[in-house]
Write a protein that binds this ligand. Sequence first.
Ligand code: FMN
Length: 185
Amino acid sequence: MGMADVQILLVSGSTRGGSINTAVLRTARAVAPPGVTGVLYEGLTDLPAFNPDEDREPVHGAVTWMRDVFRTADAVLFCTPEYAGSLPGSFKNLLDWTVGNGDLYGKPVAWVNVAAEGRGEGAHAALATVLGYVGAVMIEPACVRLPIPRHAVGPDGKVVGSTLRAHLTEILITMALAVQTSTAI
Ligand SMILES: Cc1cc2nc3c(=O)[nH]c(=O)nc-3n(C[C@H](O)[C@H](O)[C@H](O)COP(=O)(O)O)c2cc1C
């Protein structure tokens, strides 16, 4: 079975210009296999602070746009740093906007942890809790640790290294196959 038009949304938990997590997702977009399109979500800093009172029509434009790109995506790949033993606040803010509206309910998802060996566990435990809470479907074999040192990010904002690139292609293939299997039933 070939892959056709699987869209994978790439969501970084970092707002930093030189972010390693964003660089990894930018690289994933560049090495997507045929039939798979990686779409980088770049609206994290545009989202207003979550407020249940404002989670009703007319909702903030940045929230509408975020919801549109999540709805269009067949799957979502998260790549987030750890802040103070947990998720960065602005990323958790995005996730809070998805809770009441069910934007991630039933959505196939995966994560890549690029922190050094033994680091980032708190962030990923928190992410797993939230994704479970919102009813996302974890694609377990696509969830991996790929420790990336800061100097591995090249001047083009992508990660240098053919092994890492091959791993990212493999992750996207695993995710696309999971999407196709779940929609084929
Ligand atoms: C406010 C803040 C808190 C951090 N807390 C942790 C932490 O608890 N555990 C950890 O392993 N790294 C922590 N770090 C280090 C970041 O995870 C690390 O710098 C990472 O590369 C940032 O991701 P980015 O390059 O995608 O922005 C922290 C960094 C910042 C700025």
